[in-house]
Design a protein around this ligand. Structure first.
Ligand code: A3P
Length: 301
């Protein structure tokens, strides 16, 4: 939204409620029946994440891989949230339902975004053995990013202050519930579902080219070296931040004077937010919840 556009009247912030065991608001449950009955196609690609784990980043990478060469116009004319629709969202301010957007996508494969925990994924994705890309981010940077997002996005519940927000996150009382359950649930799914590629935000930050190669090998794509170089360049944080098709600047429910959607894009920003005491408490609680030694996150690189 530009400064000269009048801000539209925003509805009050929604309340969280328990939905099949996770915290959600009505914006993510209003179309539930349609979401549950969604008919996935075998070539659909699902990007699943806990909010603020790098969804837009990986959505853009996938979009460039599939359509960067063949449909470059859409990169400059369609915001990312219409190219890679958010399956379960419905709100009338910026777009109607994610499911309508998915069903009206003219291109294939359809690249679809969701924040649902593994147990709530519509069953047709499993039946069609769709490729799924899961992106996870370390809990400390994830909660910081989520806090700033909730401050600026008025369709999120009121985050309150940082101190109370951190506890809400630890208790799973934020949208999409427990980060701990989300990342673990999807990690476990890899054991029984081989069409799942689990990525880490920190790895992409560390070596985007390496992660792009792994992703291409999972997707069965072999872009040229030149194309891969172009993609890596395109998806740099500063480029994405400037790009109005990616930075959500057309979303009326976000107040960019509070925080940007492309805020910092760093590993380790949590150190600017956690006090020493908060860090100790968080680490103690983390140890109790994260028992699987095979799932390790890096909070710095
Ligand atoms: P920060 O708030 O820490 O800056 P999502 O797309 O899942 O909502 O995640 C948003 C987070 O990913 C934000 O984190 C955003 O800045 C970060 N992000 C988006 N694109 C990025 C990129 N190209 N490089 C690094 N971080 C990126």
């Amino acid at each position: 939204m530009t400064d000269d556009q009048p801000k539209m009247e925003l509805p009050p912030r929604p309340e969280l409620f328990d939905f099949h065991g996770i915290s959600l608001t009505h914006y993510f449950t209003d179309t539930w029946e349609r979401v549950q009955n969604f008919k996935a196609r075998p070539d659909d690609i699902l990007i699943a994440t806990y909010p603020k784990a790098g969804t837009t980043w990986v959505s853009y990478i996938l979009d460039l891989l599939y359509f960067g060469q063949t449909a470059p116009d859409r990169l400059t004319s369609m915001p990312i949230y219409t190219r890679v629709p958010f399956l379960e969202i419905r709100h009338k301010l910026a777009l109607d339902s994610g499911i309508d957007l998915v069903e009206n996508l003219p291109t294939s494969p359809r690249i679809i975004k969701t924040h649902l925990p593994v147990q709530l994924i519509p069953k047709s994705f499993w039946e069609q053995t769709c490729k799924i890309v899961y992106v996870a981010r370390n809990a400390k940077d994830n909660v910081v990013s989520f806090f700033h997002f909730d401050r600026m996005d008025f369709i999120e519940p009121d985050p309150g202050d940082w101190k109370s927000y951190l506890h809400k996150f630890m208790d799973g009382k934020v949208i999409y519930g427990s980060w701990y359950d989300h990342v673990n649930g999807w990690w476990k799914k890899k054991e029984t579902y081989s069409n799942l590629h689990y990525m880490f935000y920190e790895d992409i930050t560390e070596d985007g080219a390496r992660e792009l190669d792994k992703l291409c090998s999972f997707l069965g794509l072999s872009p040229s070296l030149e194309e891969k170089k172009q993609i890596i360049d395109e998806v740099q944080f500063d480029n994405m931040k400037q790009n109005d098709m990616l930075n959500y600047s057309s979303f009326p429910n976000m107040d960019f004077t509070i925080s940007k959607f492309m805020r910092k894009g760093k590993v380790g920003d949590w150190k600017n937010h956690f006090t020493v005491a908060q860090n100790e408490e968080f680490d103690e609680d983390y140890k109790r919840k994260m028992k699987d030694p095979t799932l390790q996150f890096r909070t710095e690189i």
